[in-house]
Design a protein around this ligand. Sequence first.
Ligand SMILES: *Cc1c(COP(=O)(O)O)cnc(C)c1O
Length: 452
Amino acid sequence: MANTAPAASRAESGDPSFAELIAARPHLSLHALDGLVVEEVPLARIAAVAGTPAWVYSAGTLRRRARSLRAALAGAGLSASVHYAVKANTNLAVLRVLAGEGLGADVVSEGGLRAARAAGIPASAIVFSGVGKTEREMRLALAEDILQINAESAEEIEALSALAAGMGRVARVALRVNPDVDAGTHAKITTGRSENKFGVAIADAPGLYARMAALPGIEPVGVAVHIGSQITSGMAPYRAAYTRLAELVRALRAAGLPVLRVDCGGGLGIPYRDEPAPLPEALAGAIKATLGDLGLPVMLEPGRWIAGPAGVLLASVVMQKQGAERRFLVLDAAMNDLIRPAMYEAWHGILPVSPVAAVAPQGPADVVGPVCETGDTFARGRALPMLQPGELVAFLDAGAYGAVMSSTYNMRPLAAEVLVDGARFAVVRDRQDVAALLAGQRLPHWLAEGAP
Ligand SMILES: *Cc1c(COP(=O)(O)O)cnc(C)c1O
C-alpha cells in the first residue's frame, strides 16, 4: 500500500475527479449501495449476468444525443438529415435505437450496409462512403437503391456508371471532395488534407461533376466532405471546408450543373477527459453561416458524437501487481478489446464500480491488460484506489470505435455487448466462444493424417 496516496493527489495529475466524470455523463450515477449505475441498472448486476469484459450501451443517451443534434440543426433553420456513421458502433440494437429516432445511416462496407438494413434503416436513408468500394459493394448499393453513393475518384465514377447502366439502375452520386484543411486531430484520423487518400482535389471537382452528369447510370446529386474525426479544435476547420464546398457548389451551378444537397460529413468531437468540445449548436451555426445561402438541404454523418458517450467498457481486475517502480492494475480487458489508447494515445475515464472503492484513498496506477505488448496500457499513473481481484472498473465513453475495433489478438474472444434502456437491460451480443476462434480453421490433408 506504500504508493497509495490520499485523494488529494488526483488534483496534481490534472485529471477530473470521479465525481466530475460522473456529473458530466447524464446516464451515470453513483449509488451508496449499488455503486456505479447506468441509467437505472447497476453495472455490478450486468457483470453478474454478462460477465466481463462487456460493452454496455445506454439507449437513453443514444436517443438524447440523436434528438439534441437534430434540434440543433433545426434550431439553426437548416433542412437537415442525420446519417449515423455505423462504423462507429455497428451493434444491431444500437442501430435499432437510432433507427427509431429516424436517423439514416452512413456506411463504408457491405457489412455496414447489411447491418443498417437489418436494423430497419430504410435504403432510402443510407449513404455509402469510402475510398475503396468493391464492385460487389457497388452492385449491392445499386440493387438496394440506396439514397446516395459518395464517389471518391474518377475511377470509381466510371466503374459505377458501367455497373449501374448494366443493371438498368441509376446511381445517385455525390462527389466527395478533399478540401485540403487540417482538422487538427490525431494524424491517424485526419482525412481532409490533400495528402490523405480521401476524396478528389477540389480543383478537379467541376470536371468530374460534369463527367458524372454526362455518364449513363449516374445522377449527380451533390457534393460531400468529411475532414476527420474527434474534431475538438473549434469550428475553424469545418468553416474552412464548408466555405470551399460552397464555392464549389456556386461554380457547379454557374456551369449549369444540378446540385440537390450538400453532405457535411461527421467528425464532431466529444470530451473524453475535460477538453472543451464543440456543441452541435456550433456545428449547425457553422453550416448555416457557410452553406446556408445555397438554400440546399444538408446531410450530416456523425458517428462518435452520437455513440461515444453512450457506452462503457466494463472490466474486472485480474490482479494488482506491485512492479519495481509502479503499481499495475491488470484487467481482464485488453488492447484487443479497446484499442484507442494504444492506437491514438486516447484518454478514457476509468471508474471503479463499487461504492466503497469510489470513495477510497487513491494512488497512481498503470492500468494494463494481459496482452503480450507494452502497448497494452490503458493509462499510466492514473489516480485509482486499491482494487482486489474481481472488482469491477468501467472505461467511459467507449461507445464509439470500441467494440467495432476489437480483435481476437492473443486468442481472446470478442466481449459481450449489453444494451441498457431505463430499468431494463439485455445482452445484445453474446460473448464469443473460445471454440469460435478455432471454428473455420482446418489442417490441410497432408498434415491432418497420422500423428504430428
Ligand atoms: C468515419 C466517418 C464518419 C464519422 O466520423 P465520426 O468522427 O465518428 O463522426 C463520417 N463520414 C465518413 C465518410 C466517415 O468515414
